[in-house]
Design a protein around this ligand. Structure first.
Ligand code: FO1
Length: 311
């Protein structure tokens, strides 16, 4: 079964890891690049790198991002030189940003650079940035527009988000690699990532929704997994952001956002009572345990999600 997954950072990476255990090299993950930023003159792609380190088996499992056993000598020395240190790059992580930035400056596309990094780490799946062109997510808080990582890391996701925009999206387009992957997919999985700032940017890339619609028209099934469990996000600000953006923080609220796009939304057992209301939106709502605590639960949820797609 050829599988394409759409994913943001930590939650998406966990399910992608389970999907890789099931599908191996038949898995393609399309990742959000709206969180990308420049630090110390280097391009950092947090969601791509989180998925890459997770699929390579070297992620820091406590934080979900970065590399296990990381050291921070460069970050400490950068602080000595007066560089601000609210977004920290570990010594080993830094190598990816150096190689990425160097290759981009030599004219390579972001997709090619990312594939090189993944192959170097022995990742079986293909992880594709949603676009080669730069797209940057901005959120409007009470005191104006913030860059995404300024909101997420520097301000600890505390500001209330009133509006979201994706700068550069009008100049971006789906990559040939992402289009080909969707054209050959048997199943498309929307990982349990933030619907507004992780999946939202991927779906907003010109050409992406049309490619998904073409895949569905020839029989591929689209299955989402709710990132909201019992009204709350396991990690990150998705629950508060849904509410401040006028949506409901529940699996039903997620289903409303994905109505017309997905054939099924996998929801957690604690949300079983929402299944009829979700079904009324025109999708099935299979119920299972969706919290991924270890490799086994990642793989089990992935297998169950793919079984829903195969029905
Ligand atoms: N998250 C933090 O909370 N603090 C950091 O200093 C930080 C650095 C960082 C460096 C590289 C990277 O790939 C991710 C990093 N993250 C950090 C995580 C990142 O901000 C979030 O995981 C995503 O952007 C949200 O999906």
């Amino acid at each position: 079964m050829r599988v394409v997954a759409l994913a943001g950072g930590v939650g998406g990476a966990k399910l992608a890891h389970g999907l890789q255990a099931e599908a191996g090299a038949d898995l393609t993950v399309i990742v959000n690049t709206g969180d990308d930023l420049e630090r110390h003159g280097l391009l950092v792609c947090p969601d791509h790198d989180t998925v890459m380190y997770t699929l390579a088996g070297i992620a820091n499992r406590e934080w979900g991002w970065g590399i296990a056993g990381e050291t921070w000598n460069a970050a400490e020395q950068l602080a000595v030189y007066g560089e601000d240190s609210w977004f920290r790059l570990g010594d080993r992580d830094l190598a990816a940003h150096i190689v990425r930035t160097d290759r981009l400056r030599r004219g390579e596309r972001l997709t090619a650079v990312c594939r090189h990094l993944q192959r170097s780490l022995g990742v079986a799946a293909a992880i594709l940035p949603m676009a080669d062109e730069p797209v940057r997510t901005r959120v409007r808080a009470d005191d104006g527009w913030l860059e995404f990582q300024d909101y997420f890391v520097r301000r600890h996701q505390e500001p209330t988000v009133h509006e979201i925009r994706f700068d550069g999206m009008e100049s971006a387009s789906i990559t040939p690699e992402a289009r080909d992957a969707l054209a050959g997919a048997d199943a498309i999985v929307i990982c349990p990532s933030n619907p507004l700032v992780s999946i939202g940017p991927i779906l907003a890339v010109p050409g992406m929704q049309a490619a998904i619609a073409r895949a569905r028209a020839r029989g591929a099934r689209v299955v989402g997994v709710s990132p909201i469990i019992g009204g709350h996000a396991l990690k990150g600000p998705a629950d508060r952001m849904l509410v401040s953006m006028g949506h409901e923080s529940s699996a039903l609220g997620v289903a409303r956002l994905y109505a017309g796009l997905v054939d099924a939304l996998v929801i957690d057992a604690v949300d079983a009572a929402l299944a009829p209301a979700i079904a009324a939106l025109g999708m099935s709502a299979p119920v299972t345990e969706t919290i991924m605590t270890d490799d086994e639960s990642r793989r089990r949820l992935a297998a169950e999600t793919l079984a829903v797609a195969a029905r």
